[in-house]
Design a protein around this ligand. Structure first.
Ligand SMILES: *[C@@H]1O[C@H](CO)[C@@H](O)[C@H](O)[C@H]1NC(C)=O
Ligand SMILES: *[C@@H]1O[C@H](CO)[C@@H](O)[C@H](O)[C@H]1NC(C)=O
Ligand SMILES: *[C@@H]1O[C@H](CO)[C@@H](O)[C@H](O)[C@H]1NC(C)=O
Length: 366
């Protein structure tokens, strides 16, 4: 009897570890998501992410406005997942229109906030994510006030307040670290888009989201350096999430025989072989390019991956880079990961690694 009881407990415990469903992890797994034709809201799984952040709603003095009219149906589809997984939290991210409220004085801020909370409650959201890209230094005082007002209103109804933080100290001038740590529940550092082709400005191949800063790059051109910047600003580690991209950035090489990191580039990469975006490779694009003969390279010094073929060069994340990033996040006692984005992972299984292989890797490594 006693033996059986122990055996049952052991089996339950070990099977949860094997499935990667160990409910004891306190790390957040925040997934940003935008509904798109190739990844409709009806395909979003209920039991993968701890938080889904629907992107985006707009800010206006009249309250929150859906960005597109079809968003409303998608909010409902995503919020319905809470029936299947009662632990899931669903937030709405706000990106555009902050200026119209934050620069308009505290009465407008308070009025907006009350209307925003009513909007969020009407649909059943668990909270709101602020993604103003980016307040200027001159907005700093007003933005701190806005955050305090917002937090006091959402706290009354037990909603979460989260934020996306820039990938460089340069864009942090309108934020105040003490306010963030005191009033925001968790923050995703957008540690990606560190390099992308810009004519005459960023015109040699570079990594989108390396874990460590490559020799020859500026100090802050990596995930770890940006996170360390926020820690030195005294943002609480347990509230800080490592941003992980499920997309890469593509470049057109000036000379196909020069395909190392920091090789000359003349343009964005031509459209990827699967989703056909210029300058951007979704994870399935990288998989298809590989099957078509692209050469893949793992940089284990900086923890980054790239591929190249003909004049195309792509910096991207794969299962290996993501395993390394999650392990590093845990070693630094950070709060978890925030992914841009759910809809850029492989939902059609062209990689041959199952449904949403990058996100599944995160879940089983948290
Ligand atoms: C990159 O930009 C620099 C600065 O404008 C320019 O001198 C150089 O020719 C560019 N390189 C390529 C490959 O276009
Ligand atoms: C962070 O906290 C430490 C220790 O309290 C302090 O010495 C340092 O000045 C703080 N840094 C900032 C940017 O406020
Ligand atoms: C590379 O270019 C050659 C010749 O233009 C073309 O036949 C081949 O399909 C290209 N490779 C890939 C992977 O696109």
């Amino acid at each position: 009897m006693n033996m059986n009881w122990k055996l049952t407990v052991f089996l339950l415990f070990s099977s949860s570890l094997i499935n990667g469903l160990d409910a004891s992890t306190d790390k957040l797994f925040v997934c940003y998501y935008t509904a798109t034709g190739y990844f409709p809201a009806t395909q979003v799984p209920a039991d993968l992410c701890s938080h889904i952040i629907y992107s985006y709603g707009n800010v206006s003095p009249d309250g929150i406005k859906p960005k597109k009219s079809e968003d409303v149906q998608n909010y409902k589809t995503i919020l319905n997942l809470k029936q299947t997984n009662p632990n899931l939290k669903v937030l709405l991210s706000l990106q555009f229109g902050f200026e119209s409220v934050v620069r308009a004085g505290s009465d407008i801020m308070t009025d907006f906030t009350k209307k925003a909370v009513v909007f969020l409650q009407n649909y059943g959201f668990d909270g709101v994510d602020l993604d103003w890209e980016f307040p200027k230094a001159s907005d700093k005082e007003n933005y701190q006030q806005f955050i305090k007002i917002f937090k006091s209103e959402v706290a009354k109804v037990n909603m979460l307040l989260s934020m996306a933080l820039p990938n460089s100290p340069f864009y942090f001038k309108g934020f105040d670290a003490n306010t963030l740590t005191s009033y925001v529940d968790f923050m995703t550092a957008m540690t990606y888009d560190l390099h992308m082709f810009k004519r005459n400005i960023d015109n040699s191949t570079g990594y989108n989201s390396p874990l460590f800063t490559p020799k020859g790059d500026g100090k802050y051109y990596s995930t770890s350096a940006v996170i360390n910047f926020y820690l030195t600003q005294n943002i609480t580690a347990s509230k800080l999430l490592v941003g992980i991209p499920t997309f890469g950035r593509s470049w057109t090489l000036a000379d196909p025989s020069k395909h190392d990191l920091h090789s000359p580039a003349v343009d964005k990469g031509s459209p990827g072989p699967y989703r056909h975006f210029r300058g951007v490779y979704l994870y399935p694009d990288a998989c298809v390019a590989k099957t078509q003969g692209a050469t893949t390279v793992a940089d284990d010094v900086n923890v980054a991956a790239y591929l190249y073929f003909n004049t195309t060069w792509v910096s991207y994340d794969n299962i290996w880079t993501i395993q390394q990033k999650v392990a590093w996040m845990k070693s630094q006692n950070l709060g978890g990961v925030g992914v841009w984005a759910l809809h850029l992972d492989d939902n059609s299984q062209v990689c041959g690694q199952g449904f949403l292989p990058l996100l599944s890797t995160i879940k089983s490594n948290l």
